[in-house]
Unconditional design. Structure first.
Ligand SMILES: [Zn+2]
Length: 274
C-alpha cells in the first residue's frame, strides 16, 4: 500500500472517530481542563495513538491465546483470585507468562494513563483469558473529584479499555481502595477490593511479597498486588507454585464471586467449604 494512501486512511479514520457517537463520551478539552492537564491531548491524537501499529511494540508470539478449559466451582473448590493493579506496564507480560505457565487466571485493574502507553499489553491480558477492569485515569483519590470529574474519569477509562480490548469494563477498583457514595453511584459497576494485601508496593522485595502472600492466603481470598513492580513479577512464580501445591485454583474475580452487582462492594469470595 502506498504510504500516502495509508496516511490518508489514517486521517479519514481519525476524522470519522471524531464524529462517531462515542466521541460524545470522551472528555473534550473544555470539559476536562479541571481534571488533568494530560486530558488536553486532542481526541484525534488519542485515536491515532491507539490505532494499530504496523509493527507491534511487544512480541507476544510465544504466548498463544489461552482459554480456560476446566470449569472451577469456587463454592466447593479452594479458589484464590490474584489481582494486579496500576498496569499495564513493562512487567505485565512477564506476569502473564508466569500465569500461563501454571494455567492460572487473574484479574488486572488498569490505569488510564498506562492504557494509553500500552494498549497492546491490555489486549494481551484479555486474549490470555484474564479479567480486566478500570482503576481510574491517573490514580488520584476518587473521593476528592467532583461528580462531573468522576463521570469524565470513568467514561474515559472505559473508552480506553474498549479501544484497547474491544470490551467495556464490568468491574472496577478505586485507587487506594478509597471511595465514597458518589464513586459507587457514578461507577455503575461492581467495586472489587481485597482481603489480602502483601503491600508489595511498600517493600518492593520479592521474598517479602512471597512470604506475606503465602502467610495470609485463604480460600476465597482476593489478593492485591501490582503489575508495575519488577519485585512482584519476580515473586509470582514462587507464589503460584506454593499455592498450587496447597491445592488452590487461580481464578478471576468474576469466577470467584459469580454474578456481580453494580454498586456493591466485594472483598472476598466463598471459602470453598459449601
Ligand atoms: Zn493502584
Amino acid at each position: 500500500m502506498a504510504r500516502w494512501f495509508k496516511w490518508a486512511m489514517g486521517l479519514t479514520l481519525a476524522l470519522s472517530l471524531l464524529t462517531a457517537p462515542f466521541s460524545n463520551s470522551l472528555p473534550t478539552n473544555a470539559q476536562t481542563k479541571s481534571i488533568d492537564p494530560i486530558f488536553e491531548i486532542s481526541i484525534a491524537q488519542l485515536h491515532l495513538r491507539l490505532m494499530p501499529q504496523e509493527e507491534p511494540e511487544v512480541e507476544t508470539e510465544d504466548l498463544p491465546p489461552q482459554q480456560r478449559v476446566e470449569q472451577v466451582n469456587c463454592k466447593v473448590e479452594k479458589c484464590i483470585a490474584l489481582t494486579f493493579d496500576d498496569g499495564p506496564s513493562e512487567h505485565t507480560l512477564g506476569i502473564l507468562k508466569s500465569l500461563h505457565k501454571q494455567g492460572a487466571k487473574a484479574t488486572f485493574f488498569a490505569i488510564g494513563l498506562q492504557l494509553r502507553l500500552h494498549p497492546e499489553i491490555a489486549r494481551e491480558v484479555v486474549l490470555q483469558g484474564h479479567e480486566l477492569g478500570g482503576h481510574s485515569y491517573s490514580h488520584r483519590k476518587l473521593q476528592f473529584l467532583s461528580k462531573e470529574e468522576l463521570v469524565n474519569d470513568f467514561n474515559y477509562v472505559a473508552k480506553l479499555l474498549e479501544l484497547a480490548t474491544d470490551t467495556r469494563p464490568s468491574i472496577f477498583r478505586p485507587p487506594y481502595g478509597e471511595y465514597d457514595d458518589d464513586v459507587l453511584e457514578v461507577a455503575k459497576l461492581p467495586m472489587v477490593l481485597w482481603s489480602v494485601d502483601p503491600k508489595d508496593w511498600l517493600t518492593k522485595d520479592p521474598d517479602e511479597t512471597y512470604q506475606r502472600v503465602i502467610a495470609a492466603a485463604h480460600p476465597g481470598a482476593i489478593v492485591v498486588m501490582h503489575d508495575n513492580l519488577g519485585s512482584t513479577r519476580h515473586a509470582l512464580p514462587r507464589i503460584l507454585k506454593t499455592l498450587k501445591k496447597q491445592g488452590y485454583k487461580f481464578v478471576t474475580v468474576s469466577e470467584l464471586l459469580g454474578p456481580l452487582a453494580s454498586g456493591k462492594i466485594y472483598k472476598a469470595g466463598p471459602d470453598g467449604k459449601q
